[in-house]
Design a protein around this ligand. Sequence first.
Ligand code: ADP
Ligand code: MG
Length: 797
Amino acid sequence: MNFLPEGKARDALVKPLKLELKKGCADTATAGSMAGYLRQWLANYPGSGPVVAKVGALASAYPSLGTAARKEAITGILALFEGTAPAAKAPVLAASVAPAVKRQVTPMAIGPDTPVARLAGIGARRANAFKQLGVANIEDLLYHFPRVWQDRSNLIDIIAAKPGMHVTLKGKVRGAATFRAGGRMMITEIGVQDGTGVIFAMYFNQPFRRRQFVVGSTVIVSGKVEARGSHLQIMNPEAEVLPEGDEQLIHSGRVVPIYPLTREISQKVLRQAVWDALDCAARVPDAIPERWANEMGLAPLAESLRQIHFPDSEEQRLRARNRLVFDEFFVVGLGMAMRKAGRKAELGAMIPRGGALPKRLLKGLPFELTRAQLRVWSEIEDDLAKGEPMQRLVQGDVGSGKTLVAALALVSAVEQGYQAAMMAPTEILAEQHLINMRAWFEPLGIEVLPLKQGQKAAGRREVLAHLASGRPLVAVGTQALIQEGVEFGNLGLAVVDEQHRFGVLQRLGLAKKAKMRPHVLVMTATPIPRTLAMTAYGDLDVSIVDELPPGRTPVATRWLLPQAREEAYDAVRIQVQEGRQAYVIYGLVEESEKAERRAATQMAVHLSQDIFPEFKVELLHGRMKPEEKDAAMERFKSGKAQILCSTTVIEVGVDVPNATLMMIEDADRFGLAQLHQLRGRVGRGAARSLCYLIGRPNTEEGIKRLEAMVRTTDGFEIAEEDLRLRGPGEILGIRQSGIPDFKLASLVTDQAILAEAKARAEAVIKDDPRLESRDNAPLRDLVARRIEKKLQLAEVG
Ligand code: ADP
Ligand code: MG
């Protein structure tokens, strides 16, 4: 170096010195000490001349100098640079960077089906690691989408990094150390320097990072900058060692994909592999006809695959994403529509419209059906008369009167000489259905038989014999109905109440019990968010009971902190004095020593002795014997007890119209769907009902849940909120739901695309149910490759 350091050398000296001046010469400008920094500078930019001489002197003296002396020395050095310009910044626009060097791909033609091992740089061992990512061939690789994208087109200098900023910067590894920080905590610290400053990347308990960051290698680091004393650091940064050579366009200088990885595959390897694989993006068949693509403004597939991995802009990335999301929904839509079409080709029980028994049942009721009930019943009648097996989901908010609609279907089946079954998720609900069905059906001369857990052997044998005989009857029960050894001789219709408790595979069991494929009616009050219903249950026809019987007022809901519980107790007292009844709900059956949750068992005693000595309090929980449960429920139903202290066993379906108040303890610990179901136990008569949620949520989500409950009683709104808060897998339980896992698509934010994709898929299948036409060959191929296996797993019947 000659007289005056220039370019980077100049900046690397001038910037920290100026900063030191600005900060009062307290040796706080650099990550280490100024002396160390200056020595490093001298090593990086060896040379001679006045600047170098002064820097050398200052480096030795700095620690021992006072602030005034430091100031003078620094000013002296900076004076030498007066009138010189800082280094011109090289533009890092992608266009100005030399095109990436394409690695040598095996010269033999590669296509979507080519195993990844054939890509350059991927041997058998790496190919195995790719398998763990679900990537076997080139097409899989192209569909292994990035987790996030990192904008590396705007790298910043370390000196410009300030605490609180999210930055991406590039530098050389200057050193790495691992040390213990008390207990089992291991900290690995990587010093990264870029000529303007040093920053430390910190990792907890990841000692392998030391080997990853070889001193002297170039790294990209990104994350949130923090101050640690006079140093800057980034905790757990997204970091990557760049390869030697000039492959800039892949790993740096642009928006770069960051992938989900396994231990054995690095970002670099994966990124390079995808980059190479993109050569055959154009050979992945694009199943969407061009005409549609134009109508819907969808980007071509090959272009979308490129842009989803290596986007040229955020706009392009979103356009690519839309296209790929459409594909994900569309392929599931096709599969569901095909399955539905296949089912409709089978034979179902013939049950003509307008039977006499449903009419007689309706005549005996003290009320008229609501318009919504009439409409849904009419949709069901249509299905039953078609001679193809019905598979219909009836959604309707709690209390909308689904049971009655199901009852109409049950009697219709029996009238035609078939057997019919009604399955409920809990003993209590099955018992309630049994009571209702007997009251409704026995006057019509229809036999109603229970099948329960813990039934006496002799009684059970007799029921089983009746079921097997095939004589027309209605069976009511729990899962017991689909257990081994239960055979229906002539099942024409199965109603599954509160389906979300069962899951698709269990429904399968029920349908399989029959020789002929029975009609299946699935009822749920847990409003499944529309998007979930369209995917997870996309092959079901859906009816919605979107109206409550007249005279109901929405339940007024209040959220109280535990210390305000008395207010709820007062409200209970007022209701009971007016002749009404109340539920008090607790989360657990028995107090575990750790949980401070109050147990229903203890609380029932507390409530009846200390709080409501003047009333009769009944206890109900899941571990009671079936007879005890029935007896307790009966005492509450008949009004002998005014307060039912219960666990969530009453969650679903229980119907006591005179109960007008519900108090839920520890409400913050329940999920939204559960709270909504619980609250649905009140507001079932004409009287105004109240719900008190007692809880002190300790999470943001908990607060949001309670707020949603206070805000609305609309089940659909609650379901959408639930989906937002928890995601689809949690709501249905992935195992049972049979929801295909979408890689990109979101059931929350992509609803519009879903609707479009589903409509298109149904239109295609309507014209060509098995996708046999030549035009549809690409679609047939798409379904076969993407989902056939998954759907088989979730197949119903
Ligand atoms: P859910 O849809 O939650 O299963 P239920 O079938 O248990 O609701 O009905 C709730 C209550 O409303 C029951 O007491 C039922 O008898 C009553 N009910 C049903 N339909 C009507 C109607 N059309 N008019 C008045 N009450 C009705
Ligand atoms: Mg119900």
